[in-house]
Design a protein around this ligand. Structure first.
Ligand SMILES: Nc1ncnc2c1ncn2[C@@H]1O[C@H](COP(=O)(O)OP(=O)(O)OP(=O)(O)O)[C@@H](O)[C@H]1O
Length: 248
């Protein structure tokens, strides 16, 4: 099933065109990786899906992005961001307790009942595979956790508002190999329930976890296909050159 449909997307930062005529369909409950050299527009596309670029002065967009068949430009932005959660490159927890970090989103969406909040916090931490590590320390500062734990806590925080799409912008680039493996394993578990779009610099990561991979170059989508097709028999010579490390 198609979850996100990008059609004829052109995006400009002032006079600079960062995305050119992008047509891309993202399927529900799959992991789609966005790959390509630095500056090719991967993060720009990711941020467009939950309208983070609304906040960027001088940013202008043509074309449409639909989530579940609805043009996101017509949606209430808070409602959109509840449906489409985001996890960033560096863990960006609030300087508060583990519990309060997870409860923050639900509270801002009006959940006040303590039992209900407890339930959401436990569920989110379990889903993010970090419950066992933090369950006895929920009142402790989230910032005292390791970088890898903080990133899984960020994922739990995103899950707490019950999105159905998760956008991840290089979520493991600041992590050590063991934490990276844990996050990758987690992402693969989450795809049973969530549609996941992940920007990665790491081609091996795309190969390990993504169902489909989209290759971008200089603001263009060169091709998008099943990950094994992109890595083993891409249809465009530029993809082949990138995958083989002929440029980066
Ligand atoms: N807020 C902004 N204002 C102006 N130009 C921007 C802005 N954000 C990004 N750009 C430019 O748009 C282009 C695409 O940037 P983007 O961050 O989407 O690329 P990327 O593929 O994610 O790169 P990286 O892998 O280095 O993060 C780059 O040339 C970048 O300099």
């Amino acid at each position: 099933m198609d979850k996100i449909k990008v059609e004829g997307l052109n995006l400009f930062y002032g006079s600079y065109q960062a995305l050119k005529s992008i047509d891309l369909t993202i399927r529900a409950r799959e992991i789609t990786a966005l790959i390509g050299p630095s500056g090719c527009g991967k993060s720009t596309l990711l941020k467009s899906i939950n309208r983070m670029n609304d906040l960027v002065e001088g940013c202008r967009l043509e074309g449409t992005i639909e989530v579940d068949g609805r043009n996101i430009a017509d949606l209430d932005v808070n409602g959109l961001r509840k449906q489409v959660g985001m996890v960033f490159q560096k863990p960006n927890l609030f300087p508060m307790s583990i519990y309060d970090n997870i409860a923050y989103g639900p509270r801002t969406h009006g959940v006040k009942n303590k039992k209900e909040l407890d339930r959401i916090v436990e569920r989110s931490l379990r889903q993010a595979a970090i419950w066992d590590e933090v369950k006895d320390n929920l009142k402790k500062s989230a910032l005292a956790l390791s970088g890898g734990q903080q990133q899984r806590l960020c994922i739990a925080r995103a899950l707490a508002i019950e999105p159905d799409v998760l956008l991840m912008d290089e979520p493991t680039s600041a992590l050590d190999p063991i934490s990276t493996a844990k996050v990758e394993q987690l992402v693969q578990t989450l795809k049973k329930e969530y549609t996941i779009v992940i920007v990665t610099h790491n081609m091996q990561q795309a190969l390990r976890i993504a169902d489909r991979t989209a290759f971008f170059l200089q603001g263009e989508l060169v091709e998008c296909d099943q990950t094994d097709v992109i890595f083993n028999s891409p249809s465009d010579a530029r993809t082949e050159d990138y995958i083989r490390g002929r440029f980066g």
